[in-house]
Design a protein around this ligand. Structure first.
Ligand SMILES: NC(=O)c1ccc[n+]([C@@H]2O[C@H](COP(=O)([O-])OP(=O)(O)OC[C@H]3O[C@@H](n4cnc5c(N)ncnc54)[C@H](OP(=O)(O)O)[C@@H]3O)[C@@H](O)[C@H]2O)c1
Length: 245
């Protein structure tokens, strides 16, 4: 039997892209899913597809900038399935632009979603994992955390912070908690459409159309980490298109 089979996995940002692909793959491998995001209709459709394929899933409207929403998501996992084995903190925004644009509200929003959203997940799941005697944090960072380029200063800053927080968490985790950070490169999702700077948006979309790989590639990496035996902690995975510099 696979290590994924029967696990209860909560995923944020599950309505599209990497989160959606991860939910579908894990459900196919026998995980029970609790999917969160702001677009409830997307989540309801995802749950219907999982159920139609014979899987188990529930959804909850979740805004990761709201601490209570993460407590509710973790609470739903326990209420519905009796426990939570894995929290995939995947929700993220990339409103990428040069600093000179001074899109300061977008900077704030990236900090709120990408950093504080991850912290809210840790705050909600950590006591549950401790009480259960085990659990697994999987967090989506980015290759932007490894290679800083113009227009990505704030976004990269949030993802560097995510890697630092997860490494600190890993060091404090002890012998029963696992911590995995997955850093995707250019993936074929809606992500590239988020920039409100038309030039940056056009460049990102063109790069995506040229080299992006499908979100299922990241889902397989996440499934690999979750699928390891409990004494194997896969900490960092970088998945980028072969053609990405
Ligand atoms: N695509 C890439 O090239 C790429 C590269 C590196 C890293 N990443 C990272 O991968 C993760 C997933 O992105 P993606 O590529 O799959 O793009 P995506 O399709 O845009 O997915 C992002 C998800 O985050 C959710 N989200 C945004 N704000 C939220 C909030 N406040 N609360 C809850 N959910 C929220 C969105 O759903 P709702 O709008 O319904 O809430 C959406 O489903 C992000 O962390 C991103 O930074 C992506």
């Amino acid at each position: 039997m696979s290590e994924i089979d029967g696990k209860v996995v909560a995923i944020t940002g599950a309505g599209s892209g990497i989160g959606e692909a991860t939910a579908l793959l894990l459900a196919e491998r026998g995980a029970r899913l609790v999917v969160g995001g702001r677009r409830s209709e997307r989540l309801a459709d995802l749950v219907a597809r999982i159920e139609k394929a014979g899987g188990e899933a529930v959804h909850l409207r979740t805004d990761v900038t709201r601490r209570d929403d993460l407590h509710a998501l973790v609470g739903l996992a326990r209420e519905r399935f009796g426990r939570l084995d894995v929290l995939v903190s995947n929700a993220g925004v990339g409103t990428i632009s040069p600093l000179d644009d001074l899109r300061v509200e977008e900077w704030d929003h990236m900090v709120d979603v990408n950093i504080k959203g991850v912290l809210h997940g840790i705050g909600a799941a950590l006591p549950v994992f401790r009480a259960q005697g085990g659990g697994h944090f999987v967090t989506t960072a980015s290759t932007a955390a490894f290679r800083i380029v113009p227009t990505m200063a704030v976004y990269a800053g949030t993802k560097v912070a995510v890697r630092a927080i997860c490494e600190g968490l890993r060091q404090e985790a002890g012998d029963s908690l696992r911590v995995t950070t997955v850093s995707p490169g250019m993936i074929g999702t809606e992500f590239a459409d988020a920039s409100s700077n038309p030039r940056v948006r056009a460049e990102l979309s063109a790069a995506r159309d040229r080299i992006a790989i499908p979100p299922a590639a990241v889902a397989r990496a996440i499934a690999y980490a979750i699928g390891q035996p409990a004494d194997v902690d896969v900490n960092e995975i970088v998945v980028r298109p072969t053609a990405q510099s």
